[in-house]
Design a protein around this ligand. Structure first.
Ligand SMILES: *[C@@H]1O[C@H](CO)[C@@H](O)[C@H](O)[C@H]1NC(C)=O
Length: 332
């Protein structure tokens, strides 16, 4: 069986390459190149038989997570975008390892019956093999960005996957990030890296600058991962709400910004370590995307400098480490 499907695949690949060769026939160089390509494909396939035999230990994520006692909880922040909320919940309820979804709800009106009915139907559809994802709306009276980090009493999992309603990651990517988090459960593990730089010193006080994606991309360095898509331990929810200086929470509420930077400071101060950036394809289903590609960094820099003053030092630690799924890379 194993050999059979393996050979078929090779033969099909070879046939397709031969067709290609026919199309571009005429040039000896092209043919030579194609020959090399076919040879390379053979070598690669021969080296990775388990991928094609259906016997890979990673084939079924449901099986894979059945052995773990608990999975993770999604903490989803939403604001007046029911269509996006429906889309992302429909997606994430298909992911293995997901235990429950908590929707952080800060709108003046309660979630409508039709929205609840829709989401319950989605969960019904995606329930398999005795697994049923739990869905809860955490209703907040006050509209503050701190709401997204309120502790949840009956959380069954240690792992929290904090995510905005408008970002979608393939399940395999989420599960990989969860794996990374389980090997470093005190650390923030996320998909959206950001960096701070020492800008200059003003009469003995260091002034910092916050920089977005381009700076991270250019330097390969980061010191934060944003809570719009990150795993962290649930203990940081109560630390944020009950132990972090109230002045930081007030600053966040007043400025309607920087709750994610505040969380990065909190975790960095608690661990003395940098976060971990996980490589992953991101799909933004909303269409704003202003903040994701830089810009607006003046306000963010102010937050960084304000929080440094609160902590009495700069707790963020920079790093160049990037976690990559080994199964996705063809060369070691
Ligand atoms: C930072 O961490 C230290 C050591 O754990 C702790 O004593 C301190 O309260 C923390 N600072 C803030 C502002 O939370």
């Amino acid at each position: 069986m194993r050999g059979g499907s393996f050979c078929n695949l090779n033969r099909r690949t070879a046939q397709r390459l031969k067709q290609l060769a026919v199309i571009s026939a005429g040039s000896v160089k092209v043919k030579l190149l194609l020959l090399c390509a076919v040879g390379l494909v053979y070598i690669l396939l021969a080296g990775r038989p388990s991928v094609f035999s259906g016997r890979s230990p990673y084939v079924s994520s449901a099986d894979r997570f059945a052995q773990y006692r608990t999975g993770y909880t999604i903490l989803m922040n939403t604001w007046k975008r029911n269509d996006l909320l429906k889309q992302s919940i429909s997606h994430y309820t298909t992911c293995g390892g997901l235990d429950s979804i908590h929707v952080v709800w800060s709108e003046p009106d309660s979630p409508s019956e039709s929205l609840k009915n829709f989401l319950n139907r989605v969960i019904e559809l995606n329930s398999r093999g005795g697994r049923r994802v739990e869905l809860k709306f955490d209703i907040n009276k006050e509209d503050s960005l701190n709401n997204r980090f309120k502790p949840i009493d009956d959380l069954k999992t240690d792992a929290v996957f904090s995510i905005d309603d408008d970002v979608i990651f393939p399940c395999s990517v989420v599960e990989f990030a969860f794996d990374v988090w389980r090997s470093a459960p005190d650390t923030m593990v996320g998909f959206v890296p950001r960096i701070h730089w020492l800008d200059h010193s003003e009469s003995g006080v260091d002034r910092y600058r916050y920089d977005g994606w381009w700076s991270v991309w250019w330097t390969g360095t980061y010191s934060m991962v944003l809570s719009k898509a990150a795993f962290f331990h649930k203990k940081y929810l109560s630390l944020y709400t009950n132990a972090m200086p109230a002045s930081i929470r007030e600053y966040v509420t007043r400025n309607r910004n920087c709750e994610d930077i505040a969380m990065s400071f909190l975790v960095a101060n608690a661990t003395g370590s940098p976060p971990i950036w996980v490589k992953g394809k991101i799909f933004e289903i909303g269409s704003t995307g202003i903040s994701s590609l830089g810009g607006h960094s003046e306000k963010r820099s102010q937050c960084v400098n304000r929080f440094v003053a609160e902590y009495g030092q700069m707790p963020l630690v920079s790093t160049n480490v990037k976690a990559v799924d080994g199964r996705g890379s063809w060369f070691w």
